[in-house]
Design a protein around this ligand. Sequence first.
Ligand code: HEC
Length: 195
Amino acid sequence: MNRLLKAAAITATAILASGSAWAADCPVTVLDPFDLEAGDINSIYDCMKDDLAAGYASQGSKVAENYRNWTATATRMAVAGPHGSRLLLTFANPIGAETYLKFEEEGVNMPAGSVLAKESIKIHKKKKKAVAGPLFLMTKVAAGELPDTNDWRYDALTPSGKVMKIKQSFCHDCHLGFEDQDYLGYPVEEVRVSN
Ligand code: HEC
């Protein structure tokens, strides 16, 4: 391979590896995610949202193809802290939406078949850009099917739609803190959509 071709091949590999083939990385001026105002967050989302959904759906995941038609559980993305201080926005499928949107703090029991899909965007401080993060998923299975995780299955897709290898216990150990809410963390209060 001559040197030019080699350079081109390396660049192509780098683009694919970084996922930037999908998410149009959007420049940001505020670098601490906790300092972002609602307006900043909405501009970032406007810049990223089309490529975000297209990237998640690009490997044929049915959930990734559908979740944007589900119910958004918040008025906009927000930063909760966990999940790597990323901007987060959760969608609930038709089976789960009604119960989820009550945001009850006790005795919550999500119906089997509920799916929560949570988009994420990270503020990359060095690059001064917003970059796509994983699509995080929780699926409620039939009672008794997954006793180790209280019948929740955790999944995640990369920004380019690939299934991530995750440890169920990694996710559930933290979600265990929300036991009375059927292990759901809910969006931060100021952005919750009321039922
Ligand atoms: C360190 C704690 C922590 C870990 C680890 C964690 N989560 Fe979460 N998760 C939260 C919190 C807090 C929320 C609610 C905040 C928000 O979504 O704005 C949440 C929300 C979610 C939601 C939206 C439904 C809900 O709970 O309201 C999904 C889906 C989700 N997480 C999936 C995952 C997956 C998949 C993993 C593992 C790869 C994981 N989580 C690991 C803390 C954690």
